[in-house]
Ligand binder design. Structure first.
Ligand code: UD1
Ligand code: UDP
Length: 385
């Protein structure tokens, strides 16, 4: 039997978390030969995910450097992937989302005239500098890709508006596939610091921030707001898994290291993270992934950004865009912490980003495209969300 050779390329934590459920489905499909290449744009934070999902890459470009720039990441991946593509000769290359790995891998495949499938396609803010460089990365990849796996109908509409109308599949976001297997009410944390935190005596606020456009003053403002909030509310504690970017570590460490009821912890493995989200009262973040996961768990989110490419949960009322002005962050968080009706209104469990079947739909779409298998449930799904 001829098998379809699929090479999945990813390099950062969120790409790995969102590609992992798909890799598992590809592995189960006898008509597909699945290979994995990691760029290791992230190292420790990528390896955490590979370990949790028991994924052993076939190729590892191992490119991460402490002071990597957009240019060095991109060029090293272009050079490294040339050899991998020559050796593995895939029929299709799958990339995910909007990172430098995503763009460089799509471009490398295009240079070899290998078709590209883009997972998490069609997210847009329509501001090319925000998020930077992600908005431009994903827009360019849409122009390179041959197959577009859009999480939501809105994402599909965005592609249509740009003239991308063929081979666009609405699948849901694979991050919801992952979430279904990780959360457990009786879960024991792997991270020792988390095991020592008392979740029943205080309301726990989970905070993450890492975006390039938030580095410097915005992140300083956010940390100052945290200091004020813990002084104002004696029944709250912040839990902050700090991204390994040295610029993030420096700012958060210097402002919050000594603050009582602020727990600074290392990046968590994804099982710990999802269960921490589930035990949190409120989530404050600039992360894309958290904005998708939290609504599914019924957790309110304050987004520490001026815009979002994920408007669905904002429209549903469970996510609020509040930016990074110190006074605004304090005001909005205080209001929600003090007003249970407002809090409850934001705590509905909704699933605008997926139903846990996205990976299966992507595999079906690949089989349909390459073997003419019949796709049976795309239309139903589009109606369902
Ligand atoms: C990258 C992505 C961003 C994504 C984020 C997820 C780009 C341009 N940016 O941003 O879209 O939201 O990942 O977290 O693709 N580091 C480590 N160990 C790790 C990971 C990072 O030490 O495991 C440090 C390194 O010093 C590295 C720095 O963090 O140089 C920045 O990493 P980089 O991938 O360039 O940027 P992120 O801000 O992580
Ligand atoms: N995450 C994790 N450990 C952490 C912080 C985040 O596993 O300490 C997960 C989170 O649940 C989500 C993904 O990483 O699935 C989001 O990654 P990140 O915030 O780094 O990137 P973004 O989504 O903003 O691109």
């Amino acid at each position: 039997m001829k098998q379809l050779k699929v090479l999945s390329v990813f390099g950062t934590r969120p790409e790995a978390i969102k590609m992992a459920p798909l890799i598992k489905k590809l592995d189960q499909q006898p008509q597909i030969k699945s290979n994995v290449c990691v760029t290791a744009q992230h190292r420790e934070m990528l390896d955490q995910v590979l370990k949790i999902f028991s994924i052993t890459p076939d190729y590892d470009l191992n490119i991460m450097k402490e002071k990597q720039t957009l240019n060095t990441i991109t060029t090293e991946i272009l050079v490294g992937l040339e050899k991998v593509l020559d050796e593995s000769k895939p029929d299709v290359v799958l990339v995910h989302g909007d990172t430098s790995t995503t763009l460089a891998a799509a471009l490398a495949a295009f240079y070899k005239k290998i078709p590209v499938g883009h997972i998490e396609a069609g997210l847009r803010t329509n501001d090319k500098y925000s998020p930077y460089p992600e908005e431009m990365n994903r827009t360019l990849v849409s122009n390179i890709a041959d197959l577009h796996f859009a999480p939501t109908p809105k994402n599909k509409e965005n592609l249509y508006k740009e003239g991308i109308k063929t081979n666009v599949y609405v699948t849901g976001n694979t991050v919801i596939d992952a979430l279904q297997h990780t959360v457990d009410k009786k879960y024991n944390f792997n991270n020792k610091k988390l095991r020592d935190i008392n979740f029943s005596q205080k309301r726990s606020l989970l905070l993450t921030a890492h975006r390039r456009e938030n580095l410097g003053k915005p992140l300083t403002n956010i940390c100052n707001a945290v200091n004020k909030l813990v002084r104002e509310f004696f029944d709250i504690q912040f839990i902050i898994p700090v991204h390994l970017n040295p610029a993030v570590q420096r700012t958060i460490g210097s402002i919050l290291r000594e603050t009582p009821r602020v727990h600074l912890i290392d990046p968590l493995d994804v099982q710990d993270m999802h269960n921490l989200m589930d035990r949190s009262y409120l989530i404050m973040t600039d992360s894309g992934g958290l904005q998708e996961e939290a609504p599914s768990l019924g957790k309110p989110v304050l987004v520490l950004r001026e815009e979002t490419e994920r408007p669905e949960a904002v429209e549903a009322g469970t996510v609020r865009l509040i930016g990074h002005n110190e006074r605004k962050v304090c005001e909005v968080a205080s209001d929600i912490l003090s007003n249970i009706n407002k809090y409850n209104a934001m705590s509905k469990s909704i699933n605008p980003y997926g139903d846990g079947q996205a990976s299966q739909r992507i595999v079906q779409a690949l089989l349909d495209r390459y073997f003419n298998n019949k796709i049976n449930n795309f239309k139903d799904y589009i109606r369902a969300i």
